[in-house]
Design a binder for this molecule. Structure first.
Ligand SMILES: [Zn+2]
Length: 426
């Protein structure tokens, strides 16, 4: 008798919790028209937190914002829901083809091979038809290797219906917290689009604030949220994010890898019979993707730190060494400090050898091309600093301030970086 009552009580509590805490509720999207911009709004309740998720574009794109489907929001929150054991409900319909793809292929594949992921249930009215589109062919513009490859190899070629017509720039990822950098990069995107004769769509959104999650693990979802907000526009969209080719495809333990690893699956699931989304350049590694068109020599931007390439951060270093191996270093002397590279090769080789020891597959082609040049003392230092980094991780976890300091000294951060890492002072 007691056990029966206890089980009923637990069951009622679970029902209440699943109704409230473990639910993402998508409301009805609506458009706010302004003098200059149009804003697509939607109330999305995530657990106990109420959010108004919005995306803003120039008002000339007003007619392409989609209010008839919850597709953008389902895609945007899907990985968050799976990581946090949440279900999704929507008041407005989801495109049937999208739900079919997600339910039959994407969710089961990810949940099967990563026990920390929950097989999210999506409850929404199902729309049999697919939203019609304007027929635009789009890709994102960041100025990076993947982005320039996507634009420059998909324009002015014989596949006219697949040639890029529109560039998209979002305030996500690299410059989400850096307003000055963002304004500069938006201006560069305008200049590039003008030179290429392409339309540029600049978007603003609070999506990254409303759905806080690691950009590295979930960028495919947040980027496709933006694409789907404008789903009445696209016939084709090229998403170029992968540094590796399709041989690296994997759905194994996906919570611990970039969402790039399974884009061959996810972007296929997010495509439908009227809109095809490509994992652009997936046949090539980033090493093979560098395009040397004159316009690329002017616009290539890989930097993690600065508006223009600093030539010192990891991404700049990787790209400079790649250009060196390809014999294209001097072609890119306007965007990288080649003299700095030539005078400080030991720093570059140290990074290269450490990346090799840490099994960074993206840098391996560069490593094999340059390994004969790496002096033995660089190899030894790289090995010591990796061991010291491991020790630091352990001592940091043990909360012993003095030992942190010792391992930091061995680590030689001053050698690699201007700033010392923050360590405890008590
Ligand atoms: Zn840099």
């Amino acid at each position: 008798m007691y056990n029966t009552l206890k089980n009923e009580y637990i069951s009622i509590i679970n029902d209440i919790l699943s109704e409230w805490y473990y639910m993402i509720k998508i409301g009805i999207p609506y458009i706010e028209k302004g003098e200059v911009y149009s804003k697509l709004n939607c109330d999305v309740i995530i657990g106990e937190k109420e959010n108004k998720i919005w995306l803003e574009v120039d008002k000339i794109y007003n007619d392409y914002l989609c209010t008839e489907r919850c597709d953008a929001y389902v895609i945007g929150v899907l990985n968050y829901a799976m990581r946090n054991h949440m279900d999704i409900t929507s008041e407005i319909p989801i495109t049937g083809e999208l739900l079919y793809n997600i339910n039959r292929y994407l969710i089961p594949s990810l949940a099967k091979h990563d026990k920390s992921l929950y097989a999210t249930k999506i409850t929404a009215p199902i729309a049999d038809s697919v939203i019609s589109n304007f027929g635009a062919v789009g890709t994102g513009f960041s100025g990076g290797v993947d982005s320039l490859h996507a634009v420059l190899t998909n324009t002015n070629n014989e596949f006219k219906s697949l040639n890029v017509t529109h560039l998209l720039i979002n305030n996500s990822g690299a410059f989400v917290d850096n307003k000055e950098m963002k304004l500069h990069r938006y201006k560069v995107a305008e200049d590039f689009a003008q030179e290429m004769g392409l339309a540029l769509i600049k978007t603003e959104s609070n999506f990254e604030d409303a759905v806080p999650q690691s950009h590295f693990y979930t960028h495919t979802y947040s980027s496709m949220f933006v694409v789907y907000c404008l789903q009445k526009l696209w016939n084709v969209y090229y998403y170029g994010s992968s540094g590796e080719d399709f041989s690296e495809f994997s759905v194994i333990n996906s919570t611990k890898a970039s969402s790039t690893a399974y884009e061959l699956l996810s972007l296929n699931c997010f495509s439908n019979s009227k809109m095809r989304i490509y994992s652009e350049g997936g046949a090539l590694t980033r090493f093979e993707k560098i395009v040397d068109f004159p316009i690329a020599q002017k616009y290539l931007h890989t930097c993690l730190r600065e508006k223009t390439n600093c030539s010192k951060c990891i991404k700049c270093m990787r790209t400079i060494m790649t250009l060196d191996v390809l014999g294209k270093l001097n072609l890119f002397s306007d965007v990288y400090d080649i003299d700095y590279y030539k005078k400080h090769k030991h720093k570059f080789y140290l990074y290269l050898y450490k990346a090799h020891l840490q099994k960074d597959s993206m840098i391996e082609p560069v490593f094999f091309a340059l390994k004969k040049n790496i002096p033995i003392f660089i190899k030894l230092f790289a090995l010591i600093s990796i061991i010291a980094a491991r020790i630091f991780t352990i001592t940091n976890a043990l909360n012993r301030a003095g030992e942190d300091c010792k391992s930091i000294t061995i680590l030689g951060f001053n050698f690699m970086f201007k700033k010392r890492p923050k360590i405890r002072t008590k």
